[in-house]
Design a protein. Structure first.
Lengths: 114, 119
């Protein structure tokens, strides 16, 4: 079974400050990990993904995430927050092979304060 | 590339009626499509997995007779909410897996969602 835990349903940062959104996963097999962003009344947009290889993954809009197997974590970071980053962020896990079912975390709403 | 569309984007229907939502992969063939439901301020919950040409696989607790899924072609899957009730009001999002043989096969491309309101 696979699961995702996102710590902090709401995160507030000042514009220009570091963004850190936490994600821990549970998977019985090597996971594929994803971060998605959702703007109000819109679908999900893929920010970045980890499958195999390099553990530091760079995505769109200046975001990056690091896969840490020992900590079962995949935290999302951005050095400097922009107002346009305000949105809902979802971490997701998929077990490689087989069904490819994707399990989403509950989401973290990011607020950027001017 | 890898664009998924949904139609309609927003629909209001009366209690007891049925409503159909379409999910299309515009520039790739999707052998598998997924249907999710999202309640306000909550995460996405997988409802069912739809494979082209075969019956959908429903998640536990999802009524297959209420949420009819058809995946008749490699670019189209439909979700029909039958005898809709106010508690079916939600944001429905589809995704399509692919493109097969390119990129990462486990990545899902998401549609923009359909907001259903049942009065």
């Amino acid at each position: 079974a696979q699961s995702v835990t996102q710590l902090g349903s709401h995160v507030s940062v000042s514009e220009g400050a570091l963004v850190l959104l936490r994600c821990n996963y549970s998977s019985s097999v090597p996971p594929y990990l994803f971060w998605y962003v959702q703007y109000p009344n819109q679908g999900l947009q893929l920010l970045l993904k980890y499958t195999t290889g390099a553990t530091l993954v760079k995505g769109i809009n200046g975001f990056e995430a690091e896969f840490k197997k020992s900590e079962t974590s995949f935290h999302l970071t951005k050095p400097s927050a922009h107002m346009s980053d305000a949105a809902e962020y979802f971490c997701a896990v998929s077990e490689a092979g087989g069904y490819q079912k994707v399990t989403f975390g509950i989401g973290t709403k990011l607020q950027v304060i001017p | 590339g890898a664009v998924v569309s949904q139609h309609p984007s927003w629909v209001i229907c009366k209690s007891g009626t049925s409503v159909k939502i379409e999910c299309r992969s515009l520039d790739f063939q999707a052998t598998t499509m997924f249907w999710y439901r999202q309640f306000p301020k909550q995460s996405l919950m997988l409802m069912a997995t739809s494979n082209e040409g075969s019956k959908a696989t429903y998640e536990q607790g999802v009524e297959k007779d209420k949420f009819l899924i058809n995946h008749a072609s490699l670019t189209l899957s439909t979700l029909t909410v039958t005898s809709a009730h106010p508690e079916d009001s939600s944001f429905y999002i589809c995704s399509a897996r692919g493109p097969m043989g390119q990129g990462i096969p486990y990545e899902q491309y998401f549609g923009p969602g359909t907001r259903l309101t049942v009065t």
